[in-house]
Design a protein around this ligand. Structure first.
Ligand code: ATP
Ligand code: MG
Length: 229
């Protein structure tokens, strides 16, 4: 067991890239339990790459990523599955299925890591929809929703399995300032009410100022962290 005061995520000396290209180097930081942690940086600076390495989609070239003190790279079998099930992920531009209702979208098995059939009961799905204030829209199709509502549905989907850590890649992309602020408030409320740790990639300085407990700024040029605060 790790103490609750220990960081829920620890990144030490991470190097990451694709093929020959190094995108991130010497990245070290930690995220505390229950905090809203923001990853900021220019386009192409490696924000999504960092997120994908934290959730274990790719193994690091060097350094390590520890989640609750455990290294996903060396973890196997049931232990790995259990740790991955503590994640909720909303990928960049992660769209809803257009032909499915909001309720069906939140219900779909989205476990990209384990391929386990996820049996989520309707009562649980509806509880998630209520948490994001979308219960009244449960039977609607995504095309009938506003941009902000679609984002909230995607967040409900990421939260379907009661994750401890929710990763959001550009949640407010494409939203007007009012919807974006609403979404920020929702994230803040969820973090507080359910002690969820949010790791959020964003371009929006507004979001950082209003809800982030901490922020790192990635620098595409040096491939490292330019600032931290
Ligand atoms: P944006 O703000 O545009 O979302 P980002 O900070 O999330 O950018 P990444 O998507 O992490 O940036 O991309 C960082 C660099 O890695 C870019 O140069 C990109 O072209 C490259 N890259 C991203 N994904 C892959 C991949 N699967 N294969 C090869 N190169 C990739
Ligand atoms: Mg990105």
């Amino acid at each position: 067991m790790i103490a609750s005061s220990d960081p829920i995520i620890q990144i030490r000396g991470l190097r990451a890239g694709y093929g020959e290209t190094v995108i991130l180097d010497q990245i070290s930081f930690s995220v505390n339990c229950g905090e809203i942690f923001a990853i900021l940086g220019g386009s192409g600076s490696g924000k999504s790459t960092l997120l994908k390495h934290i959730i274990g989609l790719y193994p690091p070239r060097a350094g390590e990523v520890l989640i609750e003190g455990k290294n996903l790279v060396t973890l196997e079998g049931r232990e790995r599955t259990q740790l991955l099930q503590r994640f909720g992920v909303m990928y960049q531009n992660g769209a809803l299925f257009g032909s499915m209702t909001v309720r069906e979208n939140v219900r779909v098995p989205l476990d990209v890591f384990t391929n386990l059939p996820l049996k989520i009961r309707n009562a649980i799905v509806d509880a998630k929809l209520a948490q994001v204030d979308l219960l009244a829209a449960a039977e609607k199709l995504p095309s009938e929703l506003s941009g902000g509502m679609r984002k909230r549905a995607a967040i409900a989907r990421a939260m379907a399995l009661d994750p401890a850590i929710v990763f959001l890649d550009e949640p407010s992309a494409g939203l007007d300032p009012v919807s974006s602020a609403d979404l920020d408030n929702l994230i803040k409320r969820l973090a507080k009410e359910f002690t969820i740790t949010f790791v959020m990639v964003t371009h929006e300085l507004e979001s950082i100022f209003s809800i982030a407990d901490r922020v790192i700024l990635l620098d595409g040029r040096t491939k490292g962290i330019l600032a931290e605060g």
